[in-house]
Design a protein around this ligand. Sequence first.
Ligand code: NI
Length: 132
Amino acid sequence: MANEQTHQPTEPSYQSVNFAEKLSRIHDHWMPRVVAELNDNQFKIVKIQGDFIWHEHADSDEAFVVLEGELRLDFRDGFVTVGQGEMYVVPKGIEHKPSAASEVKMLLIEPRGVVNTGAETSDRTVQNDVWI
Ligand code: NI
């Protein structure tokens, strides 16, 4: 896809990351794009709508920062809603199922290389390290 690459931009840049600008170039759901890295962690923006699958990340916590909309995270014994301007960290090894009744724009923070569907493989599983 245009304006996307699979590695970090190499040219020096003193430009801040503008979430709205990045999000304006995303026209699909459940396809996270990397916008920055911090040590071995990645910041990824994504638009979601509808239901994701149940999964867990055995070795990694996963942070959800909601930029717009209301995210629902279901767990086997409860759920949490995460609204605009809020965040939630799912601990490693905890089964979770994200969903969004209406479109949600959010930032994910997790280590490089984590598979979005955990140990599960589905049509929701996406390629990692796609930058925007
Ligand atoms: Ni997850």
